[in-house]
Design a protein around this ligand. Structure first.
Ligand SMILES: Nc1ncnc2c1ncn2[C@@H]1O[C@H](COP(=O)(O)OP(=O)(O)O)[C@@H](O)[C@H]1O
Ligand SMILES: N[C@@H](CCOP(=O)(O)O)C(=O)O
Length: 246
């Protein structure tokens, strides 16, 4: 359930009045997602998503996330566009949390991706990488190879309770990755969380990408690796080489 912060009616009405989006018609919490509190906001002018940024998101990263969505949308990518308030600000505060309103994207995510879905995801990812090329803010990837050992160490002592030998296997894998990480591969702005639940389709056509809250600067191959793992395996765990494409 991804509503961690409740918003009082009066507080919400005052917040929405700060934007030129018409009066509030309805408002409900969205169960999907795990990071932030998301609400579907309907106003006299249309539908929007209100996001309250929760504790795992660093406030200092918000200008990157919000600026990137604005930049990519201006570059022609179908993604949520932050709505600026009457003072021209895309980031505000609501119920004690940093908050933003972004445009609503029509579509649904696909539970069983087919080859045609994967091909469109590949194209959209390439568009994102190209559109991000001239984005001026930089954000390091906190979840790249340098962040994995500290994460592992938090639970290393109990790894073998999950599976005998798991701790040693992860340790050996980390040693290998740290020694052989291909840091010289092409880099740029990446989405870093392009799992199927963050890609919307209308019918069989890709309608947009959401959830830029892991986006950062890192190897393009990081995005490709996520997509290959998240999109190209069948329910029986077989790798579908046709879905991977070229
Ligand atoms: N711009 C948007 N348009 C339509 N639905 C959205 C939009 N942004 C978020 N959602 C809805 O909210 C859910 C959670 O959003 P997401 O950004 O993945 O949350 P979190 O970052 O908290 O995990 C999505 O699965 C989707 O249903
Ligand atoms: N994909 C991330 C968690 C974020 O999930 P989302 O629902 O916001 O896409 C992970 O696997 O840790």
């Amino acid at each position: 359930m991804a509503v961690y912060t409740e918003v009082a009616d009066e507080e919400l009405a005052a917040f929405v009045a700060g934007y030129d989006i018409g009066g509030l018609v309805s408002f409900k919490g969205i169960a999907e997602g795990v990071e932030n509190s998301n609400f579907l906001l309907r106003t006299e002018t249309g539908s929007f998503i209100l996001t309250l940024y929760e504790k795992r998101v660093r406030e200092s990263d918000l200008p990157f996330f919000v600026g990137l969505m604005e930049h990519l949308a201006a570059g022609g990518l179908n993604c949520p566009t932050p709505v600026r308030d009457r003072n021209g600000e895309a980031l505000g505060r609501l119920a004690g949390r940093p908050a933003a309103i972004v445009t609503f994207l029509d579509g649904m995510w696909v539970r069983r991706p087919k080859v045609a879905h994967c091909a469109q995801v590949g194209e959209a990812l390439a568009d994102l990488h190209a559109a991000g090329a001239d984005f001026s803010i930089v954000r390091d990837n906190a979840l790249s190879v340098g962040g994995w050992r500290p994460l592992f160490e938090l639970s290393a002592a109990r790894a073998d309770e999950v599976l005998q030998g798991l701790g040693a296997e992860i340790e050996a894998e980390l040693d290998h990755l740290e020694r052989h990480w291909p840091g010289e591969l092409p880099k740029g702005v990446i989405h870093a969380d392009l799992f199927p639940d963050n890609v919307f389709f209308l019918g069989d056509r890709l309608s947009g990408l959401i959830d830029f809250y892991f986006a950062c600067n890192d190897l393009f191959a990081y995005d490709l690796a996520i997509c290959i793992n998240a999109w190209c395996f069948e329910p029986d765990r077989q790798f579908n080489v046709t879905k991977r494409g070229r």
